[in-house]
Design a protein around this ligand. Structure first.
Ligand code: CA
Ligand code: CA
Ligand code: CA
Ligand code: CA
Length: 378
């Protein structure tokens, strides 16, 4: 049974979430790379609602896509795929991917709704947002804000498109201008000294108003699904917020980076447990994003002195380093080429330099000036 032994050491090279970024009720579409072994007769797809636990299985032929149906909306699911031979010997599992089913899953910075990040800058001098579509090159502009406002762009109405939104530090007011039919609104959430930390803390696919109050080390979250609010004690006055979805359940996790020690403290929304990860120096910039496309944010940093990105891939635990940028650049990672993986990218005095994860190629786009603010900067 040489084939069996051989198959056991193979793994399915990749597993990606396809149309799952669209809010499709009760289903998720998966795709993976074929295993190049002639003994493979099909693929088994496994899933469950806990990371690492897969009570459900479906046996498939040699097709390399599968749509899992009958899932519960609003629940996070975790998936792996194994190849199998005619003796029903299975390969090692693919990486695990995860997603919350039935809620929008916007790409950071995507204004047009094609699940690829666009180029948007905020010009403080006139309060105008300028967007260049990354696919097709159409541009739009929108007056929304004052010179002293902080852009807090994100999807607040749940249509998978980035909305213009600003936070006014002087009075703690949020002004949101949705792309969809929802009217504009203003909401008081925060006070002087607070740091806005927008994210989806209740997993309904809509950004929530949220602030970190450094003086008390408390996060104040206003949840869009219910209108309720909660306070979470997490961090000290010198910590920097690094909220993102690290456990891949579709809920933003409260998290901070402590520059003095270089430790990330992440409070996982799924389990309520916390982890500490030593990663970075006090002078590094934090750039968490999903670089390996498994649905979980990766702990990552950008070192301004060398322009090197250091990413811990959540799917494998392995470190990936990429030289991309120089001193003075502003990191603006997101998925510009639309392959489901965040691309390393920097903004340099009006030019966006993107390293496409799909092919390793570079995109350079002139959009903005040295004094403009890229709205999804890290
Ligand atoms: Ca929400
Ligand atoms: Ca989470
Ligand atoms: Ca990841
Ligand atoms: Ca990408």
């Amino acid at each position: 049974m040489a084939n069996s032994r051989k198959l056991q050491i193979l793994i399915v090279a990749s597993l990606l979430l396809l149309s799952s970024r669209v809010a499709t009720a009760g289903s998720i579409q998966l795709a993976w790379d074929a295993v190049s072994d002639p003994s493979v007769v099909g693929y088994n797809v496994y899933w469950g609602t806990q990371s690492g636990v897969y009570p459900n299985r479906v046996v498939n032929g040699t097709a390399t896509t599968y749509t899992v149906t009958g899932l519960a909306d609003g629940t996070a699911y975790y998936f792996v795929v194994r190849a199998r031979n005619s003796s029903n010997m299975e390969s090692n599992p693919s990486i695990e991917v995860s997603r919350r089913v039935g809620v929008p899953w916007p790409v950071t910075g995507d204004v047009s709704g094609d699940f690829s990040a666009d180029f948007t800058i905020y010009r403080p001098s006139n309060g105008v947002w300028y967007t260049l579509n990354s696919k097709g090159g159409a541009s739009t502009s929108l007056a929304w804000g004052l010179s002293t406002d902080v852009p807090v762009a994100g999807d607040y109405d749940g249509d998978s498109k980035m909305d213009a939104a600003i936070y006014r530090p002087s009075n703690g007011l949020w002004y949101v201008r949705p792309t969809g039919p929802t009217p504009t609104w203003a909401f008081s959430w925060g006070t002087t000294g607070d740091v806005p930390v927008p994210g989806d803390y209740d997993g309904d696919g809509k950004n929530d108003n949220a602030v970190f109050r450094p003086s008390a080390g408390v996060w104040y979250l206003r949840l869009s699904a219910t209108g309720g609010s909660t306070g979470v004690q997490w961090g000290m006055s010198t910590d920097l917020p690094v909220q993102a979805d690290y456990d891949g359940d579709g809920v933003t996790d409260v998290a901070i980076f402590r520059p003095s020690t270089g430790v990330w403290y992440i409070r996982k929304s799924l389990s309520g447990t916390s982890i500490g990860v030593q990663w970075g120096l006090s002078t590094d910039k934090t750039v968490p994003a999903d670089y390996d496309g498994d649905g979980k944010a990766d702990v990552a940093l950008y070192r301004p002195s060398t322009g090197i990105w250091y990413v811990i891939n959540s799917s494998t635990g392995q470190v990936q380093s990429t030289q991309w940028g120089t001193t003075g650049d502003i990191p603006v990672p997101s998925d510009y080429d639309g392959d489901g993986k965040a691309d390393v990218a920097v903004y340099r005095s009006g030019v966006w330099y993107v390293r496409n994860s799909s092919n390793g190629g570079m995109t350079g786009v002139q959009w903005g000036t040295a004094t403009d603010v890229p709205v999804h900067k890290k």
